[in-house]
Design a binder for this molecule. Structure first.
Ligand SMILES: [Zn+2]
Length: 111
């Protein structure tokens, strides 16, 4: 039985907003999302507060969404510090194929 499915790889990048930054963000800092893994480039830091705000959205952005769904169109997330102008752009950068049996021990229901 074909148990493959696809998830998007993501790039989450610091971009300018409408105000100066309060936190230690730098435009262009980023991390990648590949399956369950966050991948940080060397010599790159990322605010744990911003990461905490972004984490709930990442699994949804990894998945195929309806074109009418706001999750499909909205890709800029504000820094959780209300005085900070930083924005974080979540970009789908490619698809990766997984097999159900390789990512869980829970069996598929027969179709
Ligand atoms: Zn900030």
């Amino acid at each position: 039985m074909d148990d493959r499915f696809e998830l998007y790889d993501l790039k989450v990048e610091v971009v300018e907003g409408d105000r100066p930054f309060v936190c230690s963000h730098h435009v262009g800092d980023y991390f990648l999302v590949e399956g369950e893994n966050l991948v940080f480039p060397e010599n790159n830091s990322f605010s744990m507060y911003a990461l905490a705000a972004l984490l709930p959205l990442l699994p949804a952005k990894q998945r195929v969404t309806d074109e009418n769904d706001w999750m499909h169109t909205d890709a800029y997330i504000a820094c959780p510090d209300p005085n900070c102008g930083a924005r974080f752009h979540i970009k789908r950068i490619g698809k990766r194929v997984f097999s159900h049996h390789e990512v869980t021990v829970v069996p598929l229901e027969k179709r």
